[in-house]
Design a protein around this ligand. Structure first.
Ligand SMILES: Cc1ncc(C[n+]2csc(CCOP(=O)(O)OP(=O)(O)O)c2C)c(N)n1
Ligand SMILES: [Mg+2]
Length: 550
């Protein structure tokens, strides 16, 4: 027998940590609970794994999700019973929608108490079923390695996603002979020759093809393959919702981002295309602009690692199950791209018109902040963001030039940005990590600032403070003008909040102040919050409250 399969007598909790070791886990995120003390104790003996204790399970789950999204390795979360499960479910939902590998270990009540609505008991299998790839309860200690290794496999294989492991507290300290299998190797399916030929045929027939590239390209590490493929044939590339960094935005073949409230120029490009090449995108509601981008006359070539994604939204003319890197490298045809050259330059022109970013002192502060970030962020930096209208300026104007420079929630979860930045910073301690949040979203997970201070994780958090749930106020003004309800927020000093937990805080009102504050933040090497006071009136990119009311 190979040594990796060797059996040994261990507790179930030790076997979990042994599986983590075999999968080279370096960080786990948790809020402790009495239901899973044996796992914490096994981690006590494992200095190679850092345990980050968060202030809220939602924060822990976002940290793990941000860690996983930036590293492409599974994020690990530990929490307790129904209460922890309920708190962390937003992170599981985000991992599910965003196809991020996440493994959640939840202490469960004693097996003899199950089904009696015991203290904090929730049937976790039912609770998580719709928002996870797999939920399982481990009843026998000796099956722990098998189930945990399967969890690592499921979370990462095909379309990645979250897996939940529920463990009754009496199982964790039980000893058994444990058998471990080899660590996970992700399958990388290759397209069949006939499929490659059919795909090339479809492409050659197209007059105005458009690639929409999603998370599948990123999780396959296929950015370079996509770049080569697009360059070889001079094909235009658009990023799916919140997958900006899938293709260098300053490249002449990059033609925009399919986000919320996109510019009409971007929409024109999609509308005029006659073939969509969907690469590793599930064609979400936002990416497809409310499932409206494909009409009868438009053809669809869809390449995805998950068979269930093909045709889930639109029936493709051709659907190929493949790893994106393998698929893009399999195309060897030579297309005459002269027909496409004209089309591409039109698309690029439109993108440039919609996203033109130069520093102008007359611009709204939000836009100037993005211009300053663009000019002053180190090239290796990673940006994370929350959900909210403040993000519109980032999505519209920031030019992501490097692969793996962006981590955002396609689930639209508020509270994501700052904890995700903590996860990304732990993964890449030498990179500058900057989170962008609104005042509403930042306050949903603000407590994790203390976690960043406690573990000395120097992230820079920008908070756009307009004292309102601006996005919802915008929708309110459109649907019910001048009838403001539940969208005003109180005055909060985010600078004082930051200082209260030991982080640095800087308040800015102008672009010049921001520029100086950001330069300082870059040198501080500790968690910093820059609170940016913004105008309520400028409620979204390209519109004011007054204009909405009219
Ligand atoms: C967890 C969560 N709750 C509610 C919403 C609905 N929602 C979307 S944006 C938004 C307001 C965001 O406010 P803020 O963070 O201050 O950003 P702003 O829009 O003001 O820039 C709300 C409530 C959401 N997306 N996520
Ligand atoms: Mg706000």
């Amino acid at each position: 027998m190979k040594p990796q399969h060797m059996s040994c007598k261990q507790t179930a909790a030790q076997a979990i940590v042994e599986c983590m070791n075999r999968e080279k886990v370096k960080h786990v995120f948790c809020v402790p609970g009495e239901s899973y003390l044996p796992i914490l104790d096994a981690l006590y003996d494992t200095p190679s794994i850092d345990v980050i204790a968060a202030r809220h399970e939602g924060g822990a789950a976002f940290m793990a999700e941000g860690y996983a999204k930036s590293t492409l390795k599974p994020g690990i979360v530990l929490a307790t019973r129904g209460v922890g499960a309920a708190n962390l479910s937003i992170g599981v939902h985000t991992a599910h929608q965003d196809s991020t590998p996440l493994i959640v270990f939840l202490g469960q009540v004693h097996h003899q108490f199950r089904g009696r609505e015991a203290f904090q008991e929730v049937d976790l299998e039912h609770f998580f079923q719709p928002i996870s790839k797999w939920v399982v309860e481990v009843k026998d200690p000796e099956r722990m390695p098998e189930i945990v290794q399967k969890a690592f496999r499921i979370a990462q294989s095909g379309r990645p996603g979250p897996v939940i492991i529920s463990i009754p507290e009496d199982v964790l300290p039980m000893e058994a002979a444990m058998y471990f299998g080899p660590p996970v190797k992700k399958p990388k399916p290759v397209p069949a020759q006939a499929e490659v030929a059919a795909a090339e045929e479809l492409l050659l027939q197209a007059k105005r093809p458009l690639i929409i590239a999603g998370g599948g390209v990123k999780s396959a590490g296929a950015e370079r393959a996509l770049l080569r493929f697009a360059e070889k044939h001079e094909l235009p590339v658009m990023a799916a919702f919140r997958r900006h960094d899938v293709f260098p935005n300053d490249h002449p073949l990059y033609v925009g981002h399919l986000g919320l409230g996109i510019a009409k120029e971007i929409r024109e490009t999609v509308d005029q295309s006659d073939l969509i090449v969907a690469c590793g995108t599930r064609l979400s509601e936002v990416t497809t602009q409310g499932y409206s981008i494909l009409m009868a006359e438009k053809r669809l070539l869809q390449i995805d690692i998950e068979v269930a994604t093909l045709g889930n939204v639109y029936a493709p003319d051709l659907g190929i199950v493949a790893d994106l890197r393998e698929a893009l490298q399999a195309f060897t045809f030579n297309a005459s791209n002269r027909v496409w050259r004209d089309w591409v330059s039109k698309c690029r022109h439109r993108y440039e018109a919609a996203s033109h970013l130069v520093y102008q002192p007359t611009d709204v502060l939000n836009k100037q902040v993005i211009a300053i970030l663009q000019d002053n962020l180190p090239p290796e930096a990673i940006i994370t963001n929350d959900a909210g209208n403040f993000a519109g300026w980032l999505h519209t104007f920031f030019s992501f030039k490097k692969a793996h420079s962006y981590v955002g929630p396609t689930s639209g979860a508020m509270g994501y940005g700052m904890p995700a930045a903590i996860g990304a910073k732990l993964a890449f301690p030498h990179k500058t990590i900057v989170s962008l949040s609104g005042d509403g979203g930042f306050m949903m997970t603000v407590q994790e600032l203390e976690t960043a201070v406690r573990y000395d994780i120097p992230i820079i958090s920008l908070v756009f403070n307009n004292q309102m749930y601006g996005t919802i106020r915008m929708h309110q003004e459109i649907e019910y003008p001048d009838r403001v309800m539940a969208t005003d927020l109180g005055s909060v000093s985010f600078v004082d909040l930051a200082k209260g937990v030991g982080a640095a805080g800087i308040l800015v009102h102008t672009a010049e102040e921001f520029k100086q504050a950001f330069a300082r933040a870059l040198t501080m090497n500790r968690p910093v919050v820059i609170e940016i006071q913004t105008e309520q009136e400028q409620i979204a990119v390209g519109t004011t409250i007054e204009q909405l009311r009219k």
